[in-house]
Design a protein around this ligand. Structure first.
Ligand code: IPD
Ligand code: CA
Length: 266
């Protein structure tokens, strides 16, 4: 049986190759292939090509594992491992020529259902900067030779927070109300448009905390492991009003509860 570190090595290798392909395709010009759930939710030709590359590499290296990807869906396997993949997280940035996009590759064990799996390994590769954030269960989260640790030193000036908004315009007012509730904790707020990078940055102590509703499994499978391996807390809470749009909160141990309380509201 492969160790979490073997799975991590494979995730790293594939995320790098995939990110380099995404970068190359971007320099050649980006074509929007389709609009998905709403006008803001797009897919480029590169999203599909990069996911196909990742899928091919995984099925050659680990034919027994299952797959769950943003663009090509799910395929069962015979092992208890599923690879949860976002070929280009931050597709809107990618399409607009903004460098904040990443490849996210995670190996999870158990049912490939959000909230029920255990993440074993993950890699988030940011090809525009060459930074690759990686983690294996019980082995820490790393950027190059630096072991990552969440920031757990509250600042009198408040926390540097990150968030994102749903693509469906009907959800914007709820997202903005959440921002208003959380802002008293914040020194400032970032919305970089790639959830995997938001989570990697919390793990690296670059952001103090993150909150967002409605992430998909591939947006956070790798990033959540980065957070917990960096000593932070991560949660996914199903909400009664729209169970398909869970609330996600990540932060260092001290900020986590106040941030969760504010994000939840009364
Ligand atoms: C999106 C980004 C964005 C977040 C959305 C995600 P995509 O992923 O991570 O920051 O706010 O919730 O769906 O569509 O660019 O892969
Ligand atoms: Ca995504």
């Amino acid at each position: 049986m492969a160790s979490a570190q073997d799975l991590e090595s494979l995730a790293i290798e594939i995320a790098r190759e995939a990110g380099e392909l995404a970068l190359r395709r971007r320099s050649e010009g980006v074509a929007i292939a389709a609009t998905k759930s709403s006008i803001a939710d797009i897919v480029t030709e590169a999203d599909r090509e990069v996911e196909a590359l990742i899928r091919a590499r995984l099925s050659a290296a680990r034919p027994e594992d299952a797959f769950l990807g943003e663009e090509s869906g799910a395929e069962g396997g015979t092992s208890d491992i599923t690879w949860v993949v976002d070929p280009i997280d931050g597709t809107v940035n990618y399409a607009y020529g903004i460098p904040a996009f990443a490849v996210s590759v995670a190996a999870v064990r158990g049912e490939p259902v959000p909230g029920r799996w255990e993440a074993l390994a993950g890699a988030v590769f940011h090809p525009s900067t060459g930074e690759l954030f990686r983690a294996a269960l019980g082995e820490g989260a790393w950027l190059r030779e630096h072991r990552l640790a969440v920031n757990d030193e509250p600042s009198a000036a408040g926390a540097l927070l990150a968030t994102g908004f749903g693509y469906d315009p009907a959800t914007h007012s709820g997202d903005l109300a959440r921002v208003a509730r959380v802002m008293p904790l914040a020194r400032d707020l970032r919305r970089i448009g790639a959830a995997s990078l938001d989570l990697a940055y919390v793990a690296a102590g670059r952001f103090d905390g993150y909150f967002e509703r409605g992430l998909a499994p591939w947006d956070y499978a790798a990033g959540a492991l980065l957070i917990t391996e960096a000593g932070g807390r991560f949660t996914r809470i199903e909400m009664d009003d729209m169970p398909s749009r869970a609330l996600f909160v990540a932060a260092g141990p001290t900020l986590f509860e106040p941030l969760l309380t504010a994000a939840l509201g009364s």
